[in-house]
Design a protein around this ligand. Structure first.
Ligand SMILES: C[S@@+](CC[C@H](N)C(=O)[O-])C[C@H]1O[C@@H](n2cnc3c(N)ncnc32)[C@H](O)[C@@H]1O
Length: 245
């Protein structure tokens, strides 16, 4: 089993990854995303939509949205949330490498480091090529991830935080493959119970992701340091990519 196929990992991480403030933030993020798109958006694909933070906010703007994710637990959460908010989203359970609906979307999103999950780098290219194929002509891709430069500038082998509910969250990291990958070990201590998850991420510098995007056909690739359009320079905490078909 590959690490991201482990449903227990996503279940256990849910409270940590999706606290209330991250849901609230998604409302602002969608405003910024639509400003970055610089074109009218009628249909959007949220690839690796998780519990639907951005998909639901996009639908509220009158956009037709398809949210794709492979984790059944997150899609259940997404359905519940959409129902609660009284909005309709198309939820599709699929691996990000396999979802295909050519020439169908004005906007493709891939948010919150939902990229670089595969052992084989060719699979990452497959994901990018898929998003290219699924966009209409002139469609826009927006990706948000933690860039290699951000990781290197703030690198800590071990860090820990205590969450408001008392959960202690320890992260251990190892640089692998000449800065091509990071091995992560996440240890959660919750009510005396210890859970440990290991996962590997391929990490991309701004220039590396731009190169990959151009290779699959994207043009006008912009590298930004956040969704509000800060430059991808020293001090950037995120790597945001805006590219056009
Ligand atoms: C860090 S979460 C981001 C969720 C969402 N984009 C957000 O911003 O809230 C990563 C998501 O990728 C999904 N995922 C992991 N591997 C996947 C794969 N191979 N195909 C499709 N989805 C995948 C997980 O289920 C999870 O929802």
């Amino acid at each position: 089993m590959e690490w991201f196929e482990n449903e227990v990992l996503w279940r256990d991480l849910y409270p940590l990854m999706f606290p209330e403030e991250r849901w609230v933030r998604a409302g602002n993020e969608v405003e910024w995303i639509l400003a970055l798109a610089e074109t009218e958006i009628h249909s959007a694909l949220d690839l690796c939509c998780g519990p639907g933070r951005h998909a639901i906010e996009l639908v509220k703007k009158g956009i037709q949205v398809t949210g794709v994710d492979r984790t059944a637990f997150y899609l259940e959460k997404a359905r519940e949330k959409a129902q609660h908010e009284g909005v309709e989203v198309e939820w599709v359970q699929s691996d990000m490498r396999e979802f295909t609906r050519p020439e169908s979307f004005d906007l493709a999103l891939n948010m919150f480091t939902s990229f670089g999950y595969f052992e084989n780098d060719e699979d990452d290219l497959t994901v990018l090529a898929g998003m290219y194929r699924n966009l209409r002509a002139d469609g826009v891709l927006i990706m948000d991830m933690i860039g290699k430069e951000c990781i290197a500038a703030n690198f800590q082998e071990t860090s820990s935080v205590e969450e408001p509910d008392g959960t202690v969250f320890i992260e251990r990291r190892k640089v692998q493959d000449g800065w091509g990958r990071i091995d992560n070990e996440w240890i959660l201590i919750r009510k005396g119970k210890v859970s440990k998850f290991c996962f590997q991420l391929a990490i991309y510098s701004g220039v590396e992701i731009r190169d990959r995007l151009r290779r699959v056909g994207f043009r006008d690739v912009k590298l930004l340091g956040d969704l509000q359009g800060a430059p991808y320079g020293w001090g950037a905490r995120r790597l945001v990519v805006v590219a056009r078909k």
